[in-house]
Write a new protein. Structure first.
Length: 240
């Protein structure tokens, strides 16, 4: 294997471009040729969840047009990977040609940590990151993709990084895409619970695999004036 496609995701492209750059750096250090998916912008999860099927199908069509079976697509988001790998079968049920392409692509779609550990067979990527941190296991990553051990294995191999535990790490941060917009009071209460537990741990930083979680938790901490940093796993693994 010499080539991979890197799907930026809309949240990373708009708000966390450093995540895309970091993911590319890590993959290139593994001697892979990294090609961006320039015509694909969004996985279609937001319009799909809102019931806007025509808009979602159009975004799915753009995604599928930008990739081909045989070349892995690496996605720095459990949420987006879950959408394209699992939920396209529902979204495209009435689109036989697109559904066939989605089925053919399914074995070639990987979340970032999943690809590194299970496909490239690596855990140590030469990273050094001098922090005390907690890891937030995002909901879609763990519950839908069943990616649990891979991020922790990669973090355990980072030099200088001290990982600490915090209470109930698997509880949702409250983002949930449109959930945080439609039910802001519940969302705010959920992230406040998460922040209380992070502060109890004494961590300087929180690490996650999804930009949505980082936006939710980081935004709430910023409004509270807290100095706890938020980092995507790719940024940590790219650090030297």
């Amino acid at each position: 294997m010499t080539e991979v496609r890197l799907f930026a995701t809309c949240l990373a492209e708009e708000f966390y471009p450093s995540v895309i750059e970091a993911a590319a750096v890590v993959l290139e250090r593994l001697k892979l040729k990294v090609r961006p998916m320039r015509s694909a912008f969004c996985c279609a999860q937001a319009p799909f969840n809102e019931g806007l099927r025509d808009s979602a199908i159009d975004l799915a069509r753009r995604f599928l047009k930008s990739c081909e079976p045989g070349i892995p697509v690496v996605i720095p988001s459990g949420s987006c990977t879950s959408m394209v790998k699992i939920f396209y079968s529902d979204l495209l049920a009435d689109q036989p040609a697109l559904a066939a392409k989605a089925a053919a692509m399914r074995p070639w779609l990987y979340e970032f940590s999943q690809f590194l550990v299970n496909v490239m067979k690596v855990k140590y990527v030469g990273a050094r990151f001098e922090r005390t941190a907690v890891y937030h296991p995002a909901c879609h990553l763990t519950r839908e993709l069943r990616v649990v051990d891979e991020p922790r294995a990669l973090l355990a191999a980072v030099q200088g990084l001290k990982m600490v535990d915090f209470r109930n790490p698997g509880e949702c941060c409250g983002f949930g895409g449109l959930f945080s917009v439609k039910l802001p009071h519940i969302s705010a209460a959920m992230v406040e619970d998460k922040i209380v537990r992070i502060r109890e741990s004494g961590a300087e930083a929180i690490i996650a695999n999804d930009c949505g979680c980082l936006m939710q938790i980081g935004g709430a901490m910023h409004r509270q004036g807290l100095k706890i940093e938020t980092w995507h796993l790719a940024e940590v693994l790219a650090a030297r």
